[in-house]
Design a protein around this ligand. Structure first.
Ligand code: SF4
Ligand code: SF4
Length: 112
């Protein structure tokens, strides 16, 4: 979403909840994250992700950026694609074209 996320939201999704991230991401960015039983790590971002500066992601183009961030606000579940209702861009109907492509491909989706 680029500029929209910076100027209109701003970076709301980088301020709430937590990310599931790889060990490689933890090490590369020296993050204070908690290891999970499945080998991934939890990074709590309540109040602001440590990789956010002036409401911009400082690792946006890095291949080790958390994969969740690259997919957001889409979540690929086995039965359907979910979109985050808390995302302002989703609520504003900015993904109409992407959703039409899913419809055309016969992929089920929902906004939750
Ligand atoms: S919540 Fe949605 S609109 Fe807001 S910054 Fe995140 S992706 Fe962009
Ligand atoms: S890694 Fe970047 S996009 Fe992901 S939550 Fe942190 S600042 Fe936002």
């Amino acid at each position: 979403m680029g500029d929209y996320c910076i100027t209109s939201c701003p970076a709301k999704c980088c301020h709430v909840g937590k990310l599931f991230i790889s060990e490689a991401t933890v090490k590369k960015f020296n993050l204070n994250a908690t290891k999970r039983p499945d080998g991934y790590y939890d990074l709590v971002i309540e109040g602001g992700c440590p990789l956010l500066k002036d409401n911009k992601c400082t690792v946006h183009k890095d291949p080790l950026r958390p994969s969740m961030c690259g997919q957001y606000p889409f979540f690929d579940r086995s039965a359907k694609v979910l979109l985050a209702s808390s995302c302002k861009a989703v609520a504003s109907g900015m993904f109409t074209q992407e959703l039409k492509k899913l419809d055309d491909a016969g992929v089920k989706w929902d906004i939750q």
